[in-house]
Design a protein around this ligand. Structure first.
Ligand SMILES: Cc1cc2nc3c(=O)[nH]c(=O)nc-3n(C[C@H](O)[C@H](O)[C@H](O)COP(=O)(O)OP(=O)(O)OC[C@H]3O[C@@H](n4cnc5c(N)ncnc54)[C@H](O)[C@@H]3O)c2cc1C
Length: 509
């Protein structure tokens, strides 16, 4: 089998993977990513922006406080403080690398304000193209960096673990190839992003399939906060998968949510109706869908002819599907958007396995607790990627040893595709916005059937099943409602559960 050797191997080329790789100089680094560099990363689609206390009326302490409030009692105080304190320096670094963030007429950074932030602290680029600008900047920096080799279209299948349970590299396969290859490394960084693909409706790219979490779990790593999945209330339901976002700002302008009977259902659910917290609106819409209704966002009276000018991106998505929001309702559904859980990491991105670090959405540092504050995810990726790189650079690394080769997945049955569809439907229906013991147990039973049927699945089902089991089990164990996790059979928070959850795959298998 073909083998290469590096100081560090980084899995993933979104904001987390690229920032870590860039800052690991002078160590020799390989970055492996599933698609061509620049595609297949949620980073590219991030719109709203990246939070940092840069304004004269703001402070990292306030930012940390807002982060903790959003986390519904589970956000780690130390980690939130690190996030907020390091944020301005990381933004300055991006500026030095050439990121063209939006500026006011007098040349200051144009800071936006988002829900649950007490101050204007959202750094943006191109209005709603922040992630794209950051990714472009990092790709340019990596292109000039002599210490990094990018191996694109390479799907990492597993981690290599030696006899002392140290991670010593990865095993991967170039798209379409039969042969696998090994990258041996003295340190391995997971930066594979989120898990949205696990749900029938999602805003995440197809590549956000929980691969990093699954391979770390198989290698024996500790996972944390797996039950906390944030749904965006209004994704555009025009049959596209993944679904485009319909920004909250449209509701901010007065658009109303109505079902196909013309009923405005949010007024009965919350005093703030359509402007209630994200989770409340998402659950309200989901409840309608569960009752067989469809839901539309009606912007005809409130926005009308101003729509193309105010919301050009959403307007373009709508018209591409033959919907004119000036004269028709916009069909919407809640979609899996962000995963607070992942591979458990400390303040340096270290995991429970020696030789393995994690950063970005696949990490669970504890900063988001039970819910994420808007625009904190790009920031978390940036801050902790930097810290991972510092930690790896500053400690002596052992020479790579040979790890045992994991069993190669080989079942390429044509039934795998249908199994993925089934799993995604089950996860959306029973492990999504409204959960209860019956639904979660039935989802776990279905997951087990699929595991039995496809023990060696080649492709995405293998990892999706691992992550599905971890999320459903954690959701069943948390007998309360908190943040993004809502149990219909335990609808209020319970002090007995006011702590983060940690697990291993063996504990739930
Ligand atoms: C539509 C949308 C809008 C958003 N808006 C915002 C926002 O305004 N502000 C904010 O803070 N956050 C936002 N987010 C969330 C944010 O974009 C993500 O949390 C963040 O970009 C994650 O970065 P990452 O580097 O961890 O993962 P990603 O950017 O997803 O990168 C993951 C990388 O890993 C690769 N990969 C995955 N599996 C494998 C494998 N097996 N082998 C090899 N490579 C692999 C992928 O191909 C990709 O290169 C948004 C997300 C979405 C989907």
């Amino acid at each position: 089998m073909n083998e290469r050797s590096y100081d560090v191997v980084v899995i993933g080329a979104g904001i987390a993977g690229l920032m870590a790789a860039y800052k690991l100089a002078p160590l020799r680094v390989a970055v492996l990513c599933k698609k061509a560099l620049g595609s297949g990363a949620a980073t590219d689609w991030a719109q709203g922006g990246i939070a940092a206390a840069m304004g004269s009326d703001d402070s990292p302490a306030l930012h940390a406080l807002d982060t903790q409030r959003a986390g519904a009692g589970l956000s780690d105080e130390t980690i939130a403080a690190i996030l907020a304190n390091d944020a301005p320096a990381r933004i300055e670094e991006l500026l030095e690398l050439g990121a063209a963030f939006d500026r006011t007429a007098d040349g200051e950074l144009a800071l936006g304000r988002e829900a649950a932030h007490q101050r204007r602290r959202i750094v943006k680029a191109g209005g709603d193209a922040t992630g794209h600008e950051i990714l472009k900047t990092l790709i340019a920096a990596i292109g000039l960096a002599k210490h990094v080799d990018v191996i694109a279209e390479a799907n990492v299948e597993d981690l290599l673990v030696d006899s002392e349970e140290r991670v010593v590299g990865v095993i991967a396969r170039i798209a379409g190839a039969r042969e696998r290859f090994i990258v041996r490394a003295r340190a391995t960084v997971l930066a594979t992003g989120g898990i949205g693909r696990l749900y029938r409706y999602t805003t995440n790219p197809v590549e956000a399939a929980g691969d990093g979490i699954a391979m770390a779990a198989r290698a024996g790593a500790t996972l944390a906060d797996m039950e906390f999945v944030q749904f965006h209330p209004t994704a555009l339901a025009i049959g596209r998968d993944p679904m485009p976002l319909v920004t909250e700002a449209i509701r901010g302008e007065g658009a109303q949510l109505v079902n196909d009977l013309g009923e405005r259902f949010m007024t009965a659910l919350h005093d703030d109706a359509e402007l209630a917290p994200r989770d409340v609106v998402a659950r309200g819409i989901f409840d309608q869908l569960r009752r067989g209704r469809t839901v539309g966002l009606d912007a005809r009276d409130s926005i009308g002819d101003r729509f193309p000018e105010l919301f050009p991106t959403v307007f373009a998505f709508c018209t591409s599907a033959g919907i004119d929001p000036r004269s028709a309702r916009i069909p919407v559904a809640p979609a899996a958007h962000y995963h607070m859980g992942g591979v458990a990491a400390d303040e340096w991105g270290r995991t429970s396995l020696p030789g393995l670090w994690v950063c970005g959405e696949s990490a669970a540092t504890g900063v988001h607790g039970a819910n994420r504050l808007a625009s904190n995810s790009l920031l978390e990726a940036l801050v902790y990627a930097s810290r991972v790189a510092d930690d790896i650079r500053e400690h002596p690394l052992p020479h790579p040893t040979s790890g045992a080769l994991p069993v190669a997945p080989h079942d390429s049955s044509p039934r795998l595709a249908q199994a993925v569809v089934d799993l995604r439907n089950v996860m959306y229906a029973d492990v999504g916005l409204l959960r209860d013991a019956r639904g979660l147990q039935s989802a776990l039973a279905r997951i087990e059937t699929l595991e039995d049927e496809f023990p060696n699945a080649l492709g995405e089902l293998r990892n999706l099943l691992v992550v599905a089991r971890l999320i459903a089990s954690a959701a069943l164990a948390r007998e309360e409602s908190r943040g993004s996790h809502f149990r219909q059979d335990f609808p209020i928070p319970d002090e007995a559960f006011a702590k983060r959850s940690f697990t291993k795959i063996d504990a739930v298998a």
